[in-house]
Every structure is written in structure tokens, then in C-alpha cells.
Ligand binder design. Structure first.
Ligand SMILES: Nc1ncnc2c1ncn2[C@@H]1O[C@H](COP(=O)(O)OP(=O)(O)OP(=O)(O)O)[C@@H](O)[C@H]1O
Length: 299
């Protein structure tokens, strides 16, 4: 078993592919629910070590696309390739085993389990234990359990979790629970991490911490794919942005290209959804210096 974030083990698990290599290939993906076509012929790539955001007004098909990539839905048509392998329609556990981890729009932690056990649950697939070890509690089993506990602590440190790690996770404030969910996903040492609206419900300070965390995850060599409505965060953290509207991709480019793309502005401003219009206004009011200056200063 690897030794967690402080050892640099995560970067090594991202495989031999060179930085920037294509990791995820979504090809002509369609997702239909009865009469509703949630995703309509979507194609995009995700690259190793990249922060990619998928944005679009409510109902644009972002979560449905995530669900297909991670095996929670089967696409009605099209293919998903990850790290060169066709994963279309595979079960979530199989896809996770290939190095794809995710978090959910609505938290999916084991509420009654401790914070520590929630994170340890994220790494059980990697533990070198067999039934023999587990039943007889062999020295190898104890060693492996201790290593898992140590590693869970390191991931919780990494995400900046400060809550009581021995208490039930449901007792933690919401922002803390979000961090624990990310720690659990990272404990799988994924090649790619998909985050569905990680800033939802966070206060200003927590969003700043999330921005910093996303950058640190990216520096580990893990590709990050983000669904997010907070346009300030999206513009600041993303290397590339894919924009969906009514299930179709309407743009794919850098934050600057997306911010000035007339089709994107129209999709947001033309939306009946007040939240989407507010997002568009938020971005329109930001200057390039405001969005990119801080990033350049830190890079
Ligand atoms: N399980 C489902 N059954 C039926 N319709 C669904 C299902 N999941 C999503 N849809 C529909 O598919 C469309 C796309 O939904 P989806 O949740 O993927 O959009 P989204 O871009 O993630 O939206 P949001 O930003 O609000 O989370 C919507 O019209 C939605 O009502």
C-alpha cells in the first residue's frame, strides 16, 4: 500500500502517461430519459493533470454526463474511454477501480461512521488484505489496518479537515463534510477526480479554501473535472471549460475564450433560470485582472 499524500505516492499512481496526455474521451454520448434527452451527442476530452470545468445552466445535462462517465447511468448512445480502455456501461465499482473517483452534488457519506472510517472506506479497494488475513487478524492485517489509518489522517490533513475524526461524520458542519467526501475520493488515489458542485453551500472563506485545495490536487498530478455554478471559482481554477446547453456542447476553451464567447453569454443570459443569469452577470462584472491576475501571481 502506498503512503499517502506526503510521500508523493499520489503523483506516482497517475501512471506513465506524459503530462497533458488524454485520459478521458467522451464520444458522441447521448443520455435519454423517456422523452427527455439530457445529453445530446456530447464529445470532449479530459487531460492528465488538467483542471477542466463543465458548466451550463440548470438542467443542461452536466450531472447526467458525470453519471455516465462514472457508470451510474448507461449512455443511450456513444462511448466513454478512460486511460485508453472502453469503460462505456461498466459498473461504478469497476470504473472506480480504473482510477476514476467522484463526489456527489448531495453528499453521500456514511453518516453514522466516523470521519476516519469514511476515508478508510475510500481506500479499502487498494488494501493488500485477503479473506485469510481479515478472518485470522494476521500481523499483515494489523499492519495494513494501521497504514490505512495513518493514510486516512494524511488525506484529512491534506484537505484541511479540522473536525473530530473519531465522531460520526454527520455531526460535522456541512463544509467539513464536503472536505471529508473529497478526502475519501482522494484516498482511492484516482487518476481523475470528478467533483459535482463542490462549492455549493460553502461560505466565502470555505470557497477560498476549496480553490486552494483544487490547485493542490492538480499539483499531485490528478486530473480534476469540475461541475460548478460559482463562476468566479470556475474562471480562476480551470485550465479549460466545456459549456453545455440543453445537453449539447456549445463551447470548449480557456476561461478567457469562454468568458467572451457570444454563444455562452447568450445561453446564460437567455436562460429562464434566474440563477444562470446571475452567474453570467457575475462573470461579466469581473475584469480579466480580477480573474486571472491572482492566478498568474501565484503560478
Ligand atoms: N434520472 C432522471 N430521470 C429523468 N430525467 C432526468 C434524470 N436525471 C436528469 N434528468 C433530466 O435531464 C436533464 C438534465 O439534468 P442534469 O441533472 O443532468 O442537468 P445539470 O446540468 O446537472 O443540472 P443542475 O445544474 O441543475 O444540476 C434535466 O431535464 C433533468 O430533469
Amino acid at each position: 500500500m502506498s503512503a499517502g499524500p506526503t510521500s508523493g505516492a499520489v503523483a506516482s499512481t497517475t501512471g506513465a502517461a506524459p503530462a497533458g496526455a488524454v485520459l478521458l474521451e467522451v464520444r458522441d454520448m447521448t443520455v435519454a430519459f423517456g422523452g427527455v434527452t439530457a445529453v445530446n451527442g456530447l464529445s470532449f476530452d479530459g487531460h492528465q493533470g488538467e483542471v477542466l470545468s463543465v458548466i451550463g445552466p440548470n438542467g443542461a445535462g452536466k450531472t447526467s454526463a458525470f453519471n455516465c462517465i462514472t457508470g451510474f447511468y448507461k449512455p443511450s448512445a456513444g462511448r466513454v474511454l478512460f486511460d485508453g480502455a472502453d469503460i462505456t456501461g461498466q459498473r461504478p465499482a469497476r470504473i472506480a477501480g480504473r482510477g476514476v473517483a467522484r463526489t456527489f452534488q448531495n453528499l453521500r457519506l456514511f453518516g453514522e461512521l466516523t470521519v476516519l472510517d469514511n476515508v478508510r472506506a475510500g481506500m479499502h479497494v487498494r488494501l493488500r488484505q485477503n479473506a485469510f488475513d481479515a478472518i485470522l487478524h494476521t500481523p499483515r492485517y494489523h499492519r495494513s489496518e494501521q497504514e490505512a489509518t495513518d493514510e486516512a489522517h494524511r488525506w484529512l490533513d491534506f484537505v484541511g479537515s479540522t473536525g473530530d475524526r473519531g465522531s460520526a461524520v454527520r455531526n460535522l458542519p456541512y463544509g467539513e463534510q464536503r472536505r471529508v467526501e473529497i478526502a475519501r475520493a482522494l484516498a482511492r488515489e484516482p487518476k481523475m477526480l470528478l467533483l459535482d458542485e463542490p462549492a455549493a453551500g460553502l461560505n466565502h472563506g470555505e470557497k477560498d479554501q476549496l480553490l486552494d485545495l483544487l490547485r493542490r490536487i492538480s499539483r499531485l498530478g490528478t486530473a480534476v473535472v469540475l461541475i460548478e455554478h460559482d463562476m468566479g471559482l470556475v474562471m480562476e481554477v480551470s485550465e479549460r471549460i466545456v459549456v453545455l446547453n440543453y445537453g449539447k456542447e456549445i463551447a470548449d476553451g480557456t476561461p478567457h475564450e469562454i468568458r467572451t464567447n457570444p454563444a455562452v453569454i447568450e445561453a446564460y443570459l437567455g436562460s429562464e433560470d434566474a440563477e444562470a443569469r446571475a452567474e453570467a452577470e457575475q462573470v461579466a462584472q469581473m475584469s480579466d485582472e480580477e480573474i486571472f491576475g491572482e492566478r498568474e501571481a501565484q503560478s
